[in-house]
Design a protein around this ligand. Structure first.
Ligand SMILES: Nc1ncnc2c1ncn2[C@@H]1O[C@H](COP(=O)(O)OP(=O)(O)OP(=O)(O)O)[C@@H](O)[C@H]1O
Length: 709
């Protein structure tokens, strides 16, 4: 249904000859001012077209002029002479799409529902069967809650655990294996992208992580350009992805960018869950056109869609209608109306078939009569389809011969790039994320400066009286608390949403967890360092802490280490949490417990033995030990309160060591606190790393049927 351009076919065995011909004539090409060459003959144009759309940046929407060359590649072609042959080579490689057909037989998905004693099995997908071959777009349609997402997730191997999945799923005639992910990609309903990157940067990051490392930079750029052209994103390449807080690309463009990221590895089989949801009619049309293009370039595309307008409906090659998990129809979309007409449900003329089918197969709960009637109709249609398919009367697409041409798919599923390359790309991305979030950056600095100024005003020049001892220890512990909460909460609010993007990228084997984790820590360090230096420089001298320069620098180090420990704790908790909300509740809860065991509120001698261990895993404790010993150890000449003549000075604390004894910290030195903090940074980060590895999404395995029916 997309008649824009009929692609001329150049036979495979003619390819070498074309290269030679063009090579011979290359010198006669008109060289453009920017070093590009213009393509002038039909032969070259055909070659370019054949070599692939991966070739050059081609304005796919400008096929207006009469010359075949221009019609094919647009009025301007911009391959530099240097990259031309590499581009052809790359295009040739990339065009070797592994053609993938998927078929499924009696796929049934059940989940347990209800409380333990009355637990029942609910059938979400009921014995579904079908087949899609390369070059086709299958739309899975049905009323809300009918099982569309469950079906495509089951086919893509992305169904969350918790139920039972039975049936057979075959890829190119073979049982689906792990390597199936080599050739397929799954685009989820939610657009999970980093909002601080532009469309171009998002694609380049994906290209650097997902394309083979051996590919040159020019090659990757060409692939990205091609994807951008294929998805019609040229006008927003330099726009930020954005999110609710930051204006970025439109909803439709974000959806297409999401598709583009998955496209980067040139998948042969693409699953899309509701690609048009949340978009206006025009945007939805654009997205579906992009899918049509992908399918008709030789891929197999399966998309769920809720209520398409008629122009979108006409793009579907195949239609799968589901209601209550049961198959209502599967076959060519163009034949669906005549199929239902055979059963007495004729679609009125001038009516959108999609609307008609949805009305036909939706449950109507408005009255009990309507419910009974709609249920009976759905049962009838389900039985009718079963009968038609078992008797071989269901209309199916003629795939004779197609399956025989399909080959096996590569039997490995591994990373495309080395650890170092992954680390380099991820470090760049993490740095962009951290440094471009200007509002967050400014707010966190304003907050730190404001707290430092208020503390300076409140505790200005505390002096060395006995009252100042309590003020000083109170202030030291308050600084620990504010650093802890500031960092733990900042991570708990940002990390969970990042985790879902990371999980998606890990599912596509884009990178290992270790480079991601390390580069995240590294990229966020400069901000923490800046915050620490600002805070300590403003407040330290104003409140009158220990005036030794050495102690000042040690204070900065301790404060920085505590910030790193708090960040690591935030990651450890957020990585273990199954949702953003859980992380945001758990992180402050754990911090409060660590504060309680920080050595300020309760004397260590008063803690019950069975709870004493918590103190040793509390970073607050080590931070407080380090800051207090740094402040008081060896300090002298504290002034006793005046007492009436003849009375003793009793409890007067004259030296810093006496103060430390009073705080039950007499046996500690600063280095012990510092070592403890370093230990906690390592411990929390190890826990965070392991949690992140362990909490990767788990998918429902398929219980293969013994015998295909
Ligand atoms: N693990 C589960 N436990 C209980 N019910 C489930 C589970 N998974 C899916 N369901 C239920 O199965 C039904 C189908 O869900 P699914 O998400 O596949 O529907 P859908 O057709 O994609 O819906 P929508 O169009 O609203 O996105 C829903 O009623 C859903 O609540």
């Amino acid at each position: 249904m997309k008649p824009e351009l009929e692609t001329p076919k150049v036979a495979d065995d003619a390819f070498d000859k074309h290269i030679k011909d063009v090579e011979a004539g290359l010198d006669s090409h008109k060289h453009l001012a920017n070093g590009a060459i213009s393509i002038e003959t039909d032969l070259e144009a055909a070659l370019l077209q054949h070599a692939g759309r991966f070739m050059c940046q081609v304005n796919t929407r400008s096929f207006k002029t009469e010359s075949t060359a221009e019609r094919l590649v647009g009025p301007s072609v911009f391959c530099t002479t240097d990259s031309l042959w590499e581009a052809i080579d790359l295009a040739w490689q990339m065009n070797k799409l592994v053609k993938v057909a998927i078929e499924w037989h009696d796929v049934t998905y059940t989940v347990p529902v209800g409380r333990r004693k009355q637990r029942k099995q609910r059938v979400i997908i009921d014995a579904s069967s079908g087949r899609v071959t390369p070059g086709h777009l299958l739309a899975v349609m049905g009323p809300t809650g009918c099982g569309k997402t469950s079906l495509i997730s089951a086919l893509a191997g992305r169904l969350p655990t918790g139920g039972r999945l039975d049936g057979n799923i075959l890829v190119n005639g073979q049982p689906r294996t792990k390597s199936f992910r080599n050739v397929s990609s799954f685009v989820m309903q939610d657009d999970e992208l980093f909002h601080n990157l532009t469309v171009w940067e998002t694609f380049m990051v994906a290209a650097q992580l997902r394309l083979p490392q051996s590919m040159s930079k020019e090659g990757r750029v060409l692939v990205v350009r091609n994807v951008i052209a294929e998805l019609g994103l040229s006008k927003c390449v330099n726009t930020y992805i954005g999110n609710a807080a930051m204006r970025g690309v439109s909803g439709g463009e974000r959806k297409r960018a999401n598709i583009g990221v998955e496209m980067m590895s040139n998948p042969s089989l693409i699953f899309m869950d509701e690609p048009s949801s949340g978009l206006d009619a025009f945007q939805a049309q654009n997205v579906m056109e992009a899918l049509w293009n992908l399918a008709h370039a030789g891929r197999t595309v399966i998309a769920t869609i809720h209520q398409p307008r008629s122009s979108i409906y006409r793009m579907f090659d195949l239609l799968f209608l589901l209601s209550e998990g049961k198959t209502m129809y599967f076959g060519p979309a163009a034949e669906a109306t005549s199929y239902f007409a055979r059963w007495g449900f004729a679609c009125p003329p001038q009516y959108n078939p999609a609307d008609f089918f949805l009305d036909l197969i939706s449950m109507d709960y408005r009255t009990s009569e309507a419910e009974t009637e709609s249920r009976a109709r759905i049962e009838l249609l389900a039985r009718a389809y079963r009968k038609a398919s078992t008797e071989g009367k269901a209309s199916i697409l003629d795939t004779a011969g197609v399956l025989d041409t399909l080959t096996g798919i590569p039997n490995t599923f591994s990373f495309q790039t080395s650890w170092l390359r992954q680390a380099r790309v991820l470090l760049w991305r993490a740095w962009m994320q951290a440094s471009r979030d200007k509002i967050l950056l400014v707010m966190s600095i304003v907050q730190v400066v404001a707290i430092a100024c208020i503390l300076s005003a409140l505790y200005s020049s505390m002096g060395y009286t006995q009252k100042a001892v309590a003020d000083r220890t109170g202030l030291l512990f308050f600084i620990c608390i504010s650093t802890a909460f500031g960092n733990v909460l900042a991570v708990a609010h940002t990390f969970p949403s990042e985790k879902s993007v990371v999980n998606r990228e890990r599912a596509a084997k884009s990178y290992r967890v270790s480079p991601y984790y390390l580069t995240k820590l590294l990229a966020e360090s400069p901000t923490r360092l800046l915050q620490t230096i600002l805070f300590v420089c403003i407040m330290y001298w104003a409140v009158g802490f220990n005036p030794s320069a050495e102690r000042f620098f040690i204070f900065i180090c301790i404060h920085l280490l505590q910030a790193f420990a708090a960040q690591a704790l935030g990651i450890a908790v957020s990585a273990a949490a199954n949702s953003e909300k859980t992380a945001q509740v758990a992180a402050p809860g754990i911090t409060v417990i660590f504060i309680l065991f920080g050595g300020f509120y309760i004397n260590s001698a008063s803690i019950p033995v069975w709870l004493a261990w918590i103190r040793y895993i509390s970073f607050m404790y080590y931070a407080y030990v380090a800051l207090a010993t740094n402040e008081f150890r060896g300090a002298c000449c504290w002034i006793c309160d005046p007492v009436p003549v003849g009375q003793s000075q009793g409890d007067c604390l004259r030296t810093g060591d006496q103060i430390l004894d009073r705080l039950s910290l007499g046996g500690y030195e600063t280095w012990q606190g510092v070592v403890g903090l370093v230990g906690m940074i390592i411990l929390y980060n190890c826990i965070g790393y392991v949690n992140l590895r362990l909490t990767k999404p788990r998918y429902q395995p398929l219980q293969a049927l013994k015998k295909r029916q």
